[in-house]
Each structure stands twice: as structure tokens, then as C-alpha cells.
Design a protein around this ligand. Structure first.
Ligand code: F6R
Length: 367
């Protein structure tokens, strides 16, 4: 049932190209010029009336929601807030009938996420669920459902469900943009062409996993490490850090690269591993200067960057892993893959139960 892989997690990491293709299937016009999510019941008039979006989820799904915020704001130009579900309900959020609430849940059974959905509906908002389980509670109670076709996820650490949630957000952003007319046809065409390339690009990353195994084995000797990035790279950094903690039990922290010097830089000392995401073209120079700050204090830096930029980055870091070239908004769907593999190999090196980490359950049905 593990199809020749040692663990479900590794199998699921390798299923991502298929999960991306299946999640896009039938949702993009054949001419590659538009996305039309025909399964949604929301009418164009309703979409035009949306004044703000709240994205609510837990854990890894919350991290997908952080990327979702950037995607919807940049493609549809609607203001978005992303909240952890267990916080959302208790901060008396301002939910109005023109708020679209998007809940994200792989299982569709997470108690806090379900409670947030109910709270949103009670306040007259429409709820769109992004879920991987068709008949789940979240799917049944939402007004609309966008299914991620990642297939069953068995490993406790979420991989293909997270990355398929990103694909769902790209499709949703493009669907909203079509109705609202917020993007030029050329931009949409380029985004769709780049989306179609993602599955093969993930495949090419997977062929380079030996390098990551080596890096992970050296990381496994450390007690603590950092992930840094800016913009969507920061969102992916948070997911990389959670994944590592969850299955390797190595402490790590994700930091907005520019925020380090406001306190946390004090923790950087000789040999501390720092994983820096450097994929956002407009922010290259800024992140590189943050990398120099940690290097100057002795950090050992692995940079995840775009093909074509790796030689420049290599001058400032110890190791470079490059991901294939894509558009800046789409890099999370690629850059998360090396981070998944790093945590997998770190967990393996430390002899932990990769698929069933201590203290954790696959589906959290208590609040
Ligand atoms: C981490 C992980 C958890 C879940 C979270 C939400 O790898 O799997 O953080 O993402 O418990 O679960 P769902 O998406 O089922 O609501």
C-alpha cells in the first residue's frame, strides 16, 4: 500500500505532481485563457459584492491560507485576513454578509475549523470550504466546496494536501479575477501556463532529493534552527518549520527575514543552521542582506532559490538548492517540496516514526 516507498509521507510527497494535475483538471479552459470553477454556486453578482475575505484554518492548512491571502489580494484585489481557527472565534471577528469566509481543512473534521465555519454562517456570511474529503462535515456545512483532489493522506504530517490547497487558491484567485476583471488577459495566460508546468517542475525537484538527505543528516545534530523568508517565502518558511518540528522533534522557528534583527538575531551563534527562502525577485537583495547578517554571526545557511539566481546566492551562503523557474506567486508550490524532504530525512536520520509522530493525531476533533 506504500507503493514501494518506505513511508506514507515519502509516497505522498511523490504524489504531488499527480495531486496538482488532478486538482487543476477540468477547472481551466482548454484555450488556457481562464479559470471557471463551475462547481461553485456563488453568482457573479455575489462575487462582485464581496468586500473582504477571511481565511480560517489550523496548522498546515493555516499556512496554506497565509499563501492564499497573498494570492487573492494580488489577483482579485480583495482585502484578506488569515486566522488560526482557534483564535478567530474568540476575537469577535467582524463578519458581515459581504464577508466571504474560506475554511481550509484537509480532513474536513477539525473541530475549531468547523466551529469557525458555523460562527461565520450564523453571522450571515457565505462559507467556501477547501477540503480534501468530499463527504466531510466541513464540506457538508459550507455553502460551497472546492475539493483538492490530492487523494487520501495517511501520514500525520501533511504534504500533498497542503500543496494542493495552494493550487486551489491559485484557481480560486483566477476565478475571482475573471469575474472582477482585475487582471490583464496576458497576465492570466502566463499564470495558467506556469500552473500547467508545476507538476513536471515538482518531478524535477524530486530527482534531487539526495542533496537534501545530506543536508538533513547534518541538521539532525543540531538542537535548534531557523527558517527565514519574506512575503510568500515567509509563509512557506512557517510551513517548513512546522513540518520539521512535527516529525524530527528538532526545535525551529520561522522568521520574517527583516524581523530577525529586532531580537532573534541574538540566538544566532556559530554553526546554527538557517534555511533561507529566496524566491521573490523583488526581494532578492533585501533577503540577501539578512542572510549576510546571520552569516556574520556564524550561521550555516542553506538557501532555497530560483534557477538562474543560484550563482549569485551561492556567494553568500553555504549550500544552495534551486527550484525551477516559475512566477513569484507560484513559488510556494515548488519551494515547499525541498522543505518537506528535509524534515522527512531529518526524522529518518534520528530514527523517529515518520508517519506517526509522538503526541499527534491525523484529525483533531477536540477544541
Ligand atoms: C501538520 C498537520 C496539521 C493539520 C491541522 C489541520 O502536518 O497535518 O497541522 O494541518 O491539524 O488539519 P485539517 O487540515 O485536517 O483541518
Amino acid at each position: 500500500e506504500k507503493a514501494g516507498f518506505d513511508h506514507f509521507m515519502l509516497k505522498e510527497i511523490h504524489e504531488q505532481p499527480k495531486a496538482y494535475r488532478d486538482t487543476m483538471l477540468g477547472r481551466i479552459a482548454d484555450d488556457g485563457l481562464s479559470v471557471n470553477l463551475k462547481e461553485l454556486s456563488m453568482l457573479d453578482d455575489y462575487i462582485r459584492s464581496i468586500s473582504k475575505v477571511h481565511i480560517v484554518a489550523c496548522g498546515t492548512a493555516y499556512h496554506a491560507g497565509l499563501v492564499g491571502k497573498s494570492v487573492i489580494e494580488s489577483l482579485a484585489r480583495i482585502p484578506v485576513e488569515t486566522d488560526v481557527a482557534s483564535e478567530y472565534r474568540y476575537r469577535s471577528p467582524i463578519i458581515t454578509p459581504d464577508t466571504l469566509v474560506i475554511v481550509v481543512s484537509q480532513s474536513g473534521e477539525t473541530a475549531d475549523t468547523l466551529a469557525a465555519l458555523r460562527e461565520a454562517r450564523r453571522n450571515g456570511a457565505k462559507v467556501l470550504a477547501i477540503t480534501n474529503v468530499v463527504g466531510s462535515s466541513v464540506a457538508r456545512e459550507a455553502d460551497d466546496v472546492l475539493v483538492t483532489w490530492a487523494g487520501p493522506e495517511i501520514a500525520v504530517a501533511s504534504t500533498k494536501a497542503y500543496s494542493s490547497q495552494l493550487i486551489a487558491f491559485y484557481l480560486l484567485g483566477l476565478n475571482l479575477a475573471r469575474v472582477l476583471g482585475t487582471q490583464e488577459q496576458q497576465t492570466v495566460k502566463e499564470l495558467i501556463a506556469a500552473l500547467h508546468q508545476l507538476p513536471e517542475q515538482v518531478e524535477s525537484i524530486l530527482t534531487q532529493s539526495a542533496v537534501l538527505k545530506q543536508v538533513a543528516e547534518s541538521m539532525a545534530n543540531h538542537r535548534s534552527l531557523f527558517f527565514i523568508g519574506r512575503g510568500v517565502d515567509y509563509a512557506v518558511a512557517q510551513e517548513g518549520s512546522l513540518k520539521l518540528k512535527e516529525i524530527s522533534y528538532i526545535h525551529s522557528e520561522a522568521y520574517a527575514a527583516g524581523e530577525l534583527k529586532h531580537g532573534t538575531l541574538a540566538l544566532i551563534e556559530d554553526g546554527v543552521p538557517v534555511i533561507a527562502l529566496v524566491t521573490q525577485e523583488g526581494l532578492y537583495e533585501k533577503t540577501l542582506s539578512n542572510i549576510k547578517e546571520v552569516k556574520a554571526r556564524g550561521a550555516h545557511v542553506l538557501a532555497v532559490t530560483n534557477a538562474g539566481f543560484e550563482h549569485e546566492v551561492a556567494q553568500s551562503v553555504d549550500e544552495v538548492f534551486s527550484i525551477p523557474k516559475t512566477l513569484p506567486l507560484l513559488t510556494p508550490a515548488l519551494s515547499v517540496v525541498p522543505l518537506q524532504l528535509l524534515s522527512y530525512y531529518a526524522s529518518l536520520a534520528l530514527g523517529h516514526d515518520v508517519d506517526k509522530p509522538r503526541n499527534l493525531a491525523k484529525s483533531v476533533t477536540v477544541e
